[in-house]
Every structure is written in C-alpha cells, then in structure tokens.
Design a protein around this ligand. Structure first.
Ligand code: AMP
Length: 425
C-alpha cells in the first residue's frame, strides 16, 4: 500500500504538464505586464515562514490558521508553508526597512500557496496566486486604481463580464465595535449557531458573517449592518472610492455582507467573481482589501496598505477557450544517418534565427515521424534524405495546407524565418 501511494502526487496538489503550460505562461506574462504598467515590481519571499507570522498577520480564529496550515517543526523552529502571500510580503517590507527608503512601494508576487482545504473544483491544497501589495498610500484613489487595473487585466486575459463586489469594513476601531455589535446580537441565539460559530462567538464574531452554514445565516437575520457603525472618515473613504470607480467606468456592486475570511482587513474589501457556469462554487477569481494596521502590527511603522490575490488555476478555468498552441514551428524528419546529421545542423541554424524546431532523431519511418509532426501541431515539416542532400535542397511541407515544395538548402532558413515572422503559413 505504502509503495502504491508513494508514487502519487499529494491529494489536492497538481502537476502542470507541458501540454498545459502555454496557457499558464500566457496568463503569467499578462499579469506581469499589467503590474509593470502600474509601476509594480516583483518580490519573491520564501515559501516557508515562521508559523507565528501567519498566526499574527492572518488572525488566530480564521479557517486558514485554525485548520488549513501545513505547519511543522524543524531545528526547534515552528514553521509553516505559506498559505497566502501578504504576511510574507509585509514581513519582508518591515524586515528590510523599506518604508525608510521610499514613501510608496508597489510589490507583486506570483507563486504557490498551501492550504489543507477540502479539495474540489477550483480549490486545491497547493494553488498558485498572483497578487500585489501597495504600501504607503491610504487614499481611496489607490484602491480604485487597483480594482480598475485588475478589471483591465481580467479582460485582457479573456474573462467575460467579471463582477466586482465591494464593501467597507471601517477602520480598526469600527471593526472592533462592529464585531462586538454582532456578538451581542448573536449571544442570545448562541444555541442556534453551528458548532464552529459557537466557538467563534467569543473569539471573533465577525467571522460568523461569512460562515457557509445555513443555521448561521438564519441566526444572522436582522443583525446590525456594517453601515450603521462606520464613522464619517470611513464613509468618506468609501464614497470617494466609488466616485473614482465611476469615473474609471468600473461597474461594481456594494455588498454589505462581504467580510472575507482573513482578519487583517480594514476599510475597503473587494472580490471579483467570474462566471458561475464555468467556475461553480469557486467563482471568486480575486479577493483583496486594505490592511492599514498590519505593517505596524508586525513591528513596522504605521504604514497603510492595500493588496489582492487571485487564484491562477481559477483564472485558467475561467479563460479556457480550448485553443492549443504549436509546440514548435518546424519539425525535421531526416531519413537515414547522414540526413540526421544534416538535419541537426539545419535545426541549429533555424534556432539561431529564432525558429523553434524539433528534430526526430529516432531513425523512425516517415509515417511515424509525420504523425509526431501533426501531434506537435508544427506548421512546417522538413523532409531530408540522401537524394535531397545530393541535390542541395530540402522538401518543405506546409502541414496545415498539406502542400509540399522544394527549397534550396541555402535559402530555407531565411525563407522559413521570414514566413514565420510574418505569421503566413
Ligand atoms: P484568499 O487568499 O483566501 O483571499 O484567496 C484569494 C484567491 O485565491 C481566491 O479568490 C481564489 O481565486 C484563490 N484561492 C484561494 N484558496 C484557494 C484554493 N484552495 N485553491 C485554489 N485557489 C484558491
């Protein structure tokens, strides 16, 4: 049994095979481009951090910290695989005293995160997030810019009609007051709550708002709304954010129930959702918000911040149009050993001109070589044998049009490089 399981990937952790990678690369490049257009630069932090960092940053009474962390002890250190990217980014920002060097920092990241969740469609135990943090700007303009640029990115990626949901949870004071208001409201109904929520009532009543248990929803009917506790500055911040978004032409829905699972948020919260038909229950593509208190809480100066993270796998599901890209542009099929040498030299020349090629050096028959050319979706095949070598030509097959022509060996590199650069098959 042990032998059987040891050659399987860990449940909820997926391989990305080469056949799928072109779509990952496309989205990653689009994301990097979108970030560069907005003045963001990449930060790479370790996949492993001290566990207490996540407990402090994310909050003790959250699903991520309570149930989902891959934590372990090594060399007497309590460590954890990162479940999200913000805690590590803030730790790095504080540790390297970045705030002393520049008033505003824009950082993005791209990489795997780990959460021991129940795997299902769009929910994995290792998943990739693309995300960003903007440190040092408390203004609602930076919230609006982040959301608008994300909409532009999603549209470039091919997401049709994303839905932007927004809410304000107020400053830290408001959060405390609101959490208490929810607690006081639910206290007399404690027995009706789910087991998890009963535990949360004392420790973090706010988390009950985004519980999925129907009994919790029923108990929350008529609970005080967030709006009733926002102070004037919070309301003003939110109003300005909405004004900027209107000017930027971003459509949004204000959702007073949106509280999100992590503890660190202040003021703006947002989610961007994709189509339910494609994504099912995992239709949240991106989640984000302000966390004005976290830098200080982790030992830095009082620096406001806002960030977001999106799941790359979910974006892949949302943008799958079934299209495949060729693996190489030219497939060389040599017949015989001298022809193989000849093809290797020709392929080197083609590659030096930026043309991707695959040489079939198996010594296989023509039919099976051409089958490979088709499966790689190469637009061109080059056939060479002793006769072609002697005549100083190669047979070039247009594998889409199914035509064939003889081209002089001395011309073929230039001809194919030109045709491929022009995109004309
Ligand atoms: P969060 O860090 O929980 O706010 O999640 C931000 C985004 O990351 C979500 O909207 C999803 O797109 C993605 N995400 C979160 N958890 C998972 C998971 N277990 N598997 C796949 N994607 C996830």
């Amino acid at each position: 049994m042990a032998e059987k399981t040891s050659v399987r990937a860990v449940k909820g952790m997926n391989d990305v095979l080469p056949g799928e990678i072109a779509r990952w690369h496309r989205l990653e490049a689009l994301f990097r481009r979108s970030m560069a257009l907005t003045g963001y630069r990449e930060v790479r932090t370790p996949f492993v951090e001290h566990k207490p960092l996540f407990v402090r940053a994310i909050g003790e009474v959250t699903d991520v910290v309570e149930k989902e962390m891959y934590a372990f002890t090594r060399h007497h250190d309590e460590l954890a695989l990162r479940p999200e990217g913000t805690a590590g980014a803030v730790r790095a920002y504080v540790e390297h005293k970045v705030a002393n060097a520049e008033p505003v920092s824009r950082w993005y990241y791209l990489g795997p995160m780990f959460r021991a969740e129940r795997p299902q469609a769009g929910r994995y135990r290792q998943f990739w997030q693309y995300g960003a943090e903007c440190f040092g700007d408390a203004g609602p303009g930076s919230d609006a810019e982040m959301i608008a640029e994300l909409c532009a990115f999603l549209s470039a990626a091919g997401v049709t009609a994303p839905r932007v949901l927004l809410n304000s949870i107020g400053g830290p004071g408001t959060r405390v007051a609101y959490t208490e208001a929810v607690r006081a409201y639910l206290e007399p109904k404690k027995a009706q709550l789910s087991e998890d929520s009963q535990k949360r009532l004392e420790k973090n009543a706010l988390r009950i708002l985004d519980s999925k248990a129907p009994e919790d929803h029923a108990a929350l009917e008529g609970a005080p709304t967030l709006e009733s506790v926002l102070d004037e500055a919070d309301k003003d911040h939110f109003k300005n954010l909405l004004g900027h978004l209107d000017a930027l032409g971003v459509t949004y829905e204000v959702d007073p129930k949106l509280v999100r699972g992590l503890d660190y948020y202040t003021r703006t919260l947002f989610e961007i959702k994709g189509a339910k038909e494609k994504l099912g229950a995992g239709d949240t593509l991106i989640g984000g918000g302000r966390y004005d208190g976290m830098v200080e809480q982790l030992g830095g100066a009082s620096v406001p911040a806002i960030g977001f993270a999106g799941g790359l796998e979910r974006l892949l599901i949302a943008t799958d149009d079934g299209e495949k890209k060729p693996v190489v542009s030219v497939f060389l099929a040599p017949m015989g050993s001298p022809a193989t040498t000849y093809a290797l030299v020709l392929a080197r020349e083609l590659r030096a001109h930026g043309v991707t090629c695959d040489v079939d050096t198996r010594g296989a028959n023509l039919k099976s070589m051409l089958r490979r050319a088709t499966s790689l979706e190469a637009p061109y095949g080059i056939l060479v044998g002793d006769a072609e070598i002697a005549a100083g030509v190669v047979e070039v097959k247009d594998l889409n049009a199914r035509t064939q022509e003889k081209i002089a060996r001395s011309e073929v590199v230039r001809v194919l490089a030109d045709r491929l650069a022009k995109g004309t098959p």
